[in-house]
Ligand binder design. Sequence first.
Ligand code: DUC
Ligand code: ZN
Ligand code: ZN
Length: 449
Amino acid sequence: MADLVITGGTVVTPEGTAPADLAIVDGRIERIGPNLSDGAEILDATGMLVLPGTIDVHTHLRLPDGAHPARFRADTEAAAAGGTTTVLTFNNPGTGISEDGARSLMRGLEEFRERTAGESAIDYGLCAVVTGQQLDPVRELPSLVASGVPTFKAFMVYDFALPEETLLRVMRTAAENGGMLQLHCEEPGIIEPLVARSLEAGNSGPRFHAACRPPEAEAAATRRAIEMARRVEAPLYIVHLSCEEALEAVSEAKARGEPIYAETCPHYLTLTDALYADPDDAEVIKRVISPPLRTQGDVDALWAGLRDGVLDVVGSDHVPDRVDTEKHLPAPPFPQISNGAPGIETLTSVVYSEGVARGRISLERMVDVLATNPARLFGLASKGALMPGRDADIVVWDPDARRTIRQRDLHHTSDFTPFEGRELTGSPVHVLSRGAAPGRGRFVERRLG
Ligand code: DUC
Ligand code: ZN
Ligand code: ZN
């Protein structure tokens, strides 16, 4: 007998979307088909969609410390509340990693595992961050991949950016050892002079952040990154792609058959740079993110890219900043404002409501970009689809529920949401993590297929 049978719902599987029951045994999906309720415990999903849980591959969770012992757990609980059943997180400086951990990839992994053991409500993994401050990161990459961390991020901007020569070595070493680089593409040669000129002119308020990071800076870096990956015959994953010009670069690479993958985020799919005109700095700093918000034309292009398969994944880019702590008011000059905004709890809701409910993408495409592609690209073989043998990471989703996003209703550790007041269609009703209520997440060692 099954441990639990979800009955009466419309189940989204790789074969299609159809009414079916789903039986769970020992935390895994055992069968999907008609009339499976064999006396087992029943979860009635009549009128609901049954979806694979979202895999959020882009977050910056903060490690628990003495002052905030519960913050890692709280954000993973927030993820689960929103329909996410696996989270991958970066351990970049600023997430609470020690100096020692920040200097070595393997030490960083050990520290991450020690400090997060037993602290996650859902299954989770690490995406390491390769920085210029590490002693010899390229030498450590093969061990990192062998230890279950086959994907890692690097930056083309900021103090900890890697020079092109190192990026090439990282890409090549990743490719030779079953890994993949995730790259933040913005061109410092375009951004830095704009920042200097803006500050000289006295334009240091938060609204000037965006003007100094134009789409050309992202597109030029994206093209350079794709060119580098081609030179060393490496796969490349472009994080948080925000604009039409960068999307074109990815589209052209894909058309040439290159293994280039790209992710966008809910804020780039729903919010525009019109928000930077708000006269209230307290509102503007909530949208100080990199890359910045773009135009409605970019928003429309990104939806088309998701629909057409140019974009592979939507990740939240959750940064659990608070206005009252990391962001600060009155705002410092914009280069000193912490970059990022929360989104771990609203990811599935925003993509469903703005994408599926508004007819911009199909339900099946949403499952692709939130679960199936993340599992495939990030080496989570037991997850990402409702199929016999896979983990029972499941969301029962009410497609007709109506609600409004309010910070006061969220569980994340930020004190704001960039989506405050947004009206939504659709809502998670039940979330299962390996067949049970979220609460006992495990670190997942990943292998790319
Ligand atoms: N890159 C991220 O991935 N997140 C926040 C800020 C940044 O630059
Ligand atoms: Zn980034
Ligand atoms: Zn990020």
